[in-house]
Design a protein around this ligand. Structure first.
Ligand SMILES: Cc1cc2nc3c(=O)[nH]c(=O)nc-3n(C[C@H](O)[C@H](O)[C@H](O)COP(=O)(O)O)c2cc1C
Length: 374
């Protein structure tokens, strides 16, 4: 009924809310004997952690991960590995400040989930948005770190490609640059301009939206299934399931509508390795819902943070009109911290489909096929 679980064979269930004592997840279906320690997970959480620059919320959460179950250290090897039983992962919430929200206890923040939750459940957890808070996404990032270990050779990276109206210049794209600035921006020049832009947004008590691009390389061909388990469908669902995401596209996405059939079709030639070479990747690495072996490319749009210092008109739980100003600590652009979350969701979907492919098909047939002789 409650749908706090996603994935089929790589199955993630998260629990917890913004101002509870802890958040956590159970990852079920992780294969056994995969080396796994906290050190494999923590670096990804550190990328998503709040309070790392003036461009993200100043809530100070160390987000220290603990593995509670599902691992075992073999005496002979001394290596901690997964056991194939449920992995339980936990992070303590240490920096909740419920009083920040007391002024909006009964009013709804326009753009936030409070009203919708209240009309559904008859409850208003005003403390940071309760389960609607993006605290929960830390557990997706933790699960994503496990997912990355399941698919050999998989590399999932993401970058922020637009803040407000300001896009990166793709000719300056440098993956190494993503680690060098507080925006996960692949274009150093754009990152410098964004800093000024976002300072202005923050000082005005406003917020900005963003677009993130996720690129998964090393995705084996054959992942995904017709018709209700298309890889692109599942990726879109997973990305759309991230807080504040309002749009998802795969490959050329919405721009495909403007292309001619000639330009959109990814032409094929044989590569020197005996495998096909696609001359472009408008499909984003997925045809018919099934991966082709090309990089899987997805983009998602994140709306501007709804908690802003500028007064907004709203109503309260009792039907009165009022204005709301959200004090407290908020990200001026939640798209920044959505970068590692997007990576994690794509990694989880790919790991799930990798295990499903292994279960149903096993080893893929050798391609190209031999023409039967007549
Ligand atoms: C990393 C991250 C951090 C977020 N932080 C905030 C925040 O500080 N304040 C806020 O109003 N919304 C924040 N959000 C967005 C809300 O969680 C989201 O808008 C809300 O739950 C309503 O859901 P919806 O926007 O998907 O409809 C954040 C989202 C993400 C991805």
């Amino acid at each position: 009924m409650s749908f706090n679980t996603f994935g089929h064979l790589f199955r993630v269930t998260t629990f917890g809310e913004s101002h509870g004592p802890a958040i956590g997840c159970v990852v079920d279906g992780c294969p056994p004997r995969i080396p796994l320690t906290e050190a494999d997970i923590q670096p990804y959480l550190d990328k998503r952690r709040p309070g790392q620059s003036r461009f993200t919320t100043q809530r100070q959460e160390p987000d220290t991960i603990r593995i509670l179950s599902g691992v075992f250290t073999d005496d002979e090897t001394g290596i901690q590995v997964t056991t194939g039983t449920p992995l339980a992962l936990l992070i303590d919430n240490v920096d909740q400040r419920s009083k920040d929200y007391s002024a909006i206890k009964d009013s709804y923040r326009p753009g936030h989930a409070g009203y919708a939750y209240d009309v559904k459940y008859g409850l208003h957890d005003y403390r940071g948005g309760g389960r609607a808070s993006a605290r929960e996404t830390a557990m997706r990032v933790a699960a994503g770190a496990v997912a990355r270990k399941i698919v050999p050779g998989l590399q999932v990276r993401a970058a922020l490609i637009q803040i407000g109206p300001h896009e990166v210049d793709r000719s300056r794209w440098d993956w190494a640059e993503v680690e060098n600035n507080p925006f996960f921006c692949p274009d150093a020049k754009a990152a410098a301009a964004w800093a000024d832009y976002l300072d202005g947004v923050r000082k005005k008590g406003s917020s900005a939206g963003a677009i993130i691009e996720v690129v998964a390389e090393g995705v084996p061909p054959g992942l995904g299934a017709p018709v209700y388990a298309k890889l692109d469908g599942d990726i879109a669902g997973a990305l759309m399931g991230i807080n504040a995401v309002k749009g998802v596209e795969i490959g050329a996405g919405f721009a495909a509508a403007e292309l001619s059939g000639e330009d959109n079709a990814d032409e094929m030639r044989m590569g020197n390795d005996g495998q096909p070479r696609f001359l472009s990747n408008n499909a984003g690495g997925i045809l018919g819902g099934i991966s082709t072996g090309q990089p899987v490319v997805a983009r998602f749009a994140v709306k501007p943070t709804s908690s802003i210092l500028t007064p907004r008109r709203t109503v309260d739980r009792y039907g009165n009109e009022t204005d709301v100003v959200t004090k407290g600590r908020h990200d001026p652009c939640v798209g920044i911290r959505a970068v590692p979350i997007g990576e994690a969701m794509v990694a989880c979907v790919i790991a799930d489909h990798y295990l499903r492919q292994r279960a149903q098909v096993g080893a893929s047939p050798a391609w190209p096929f031999k023409k039967p002789s007549v």
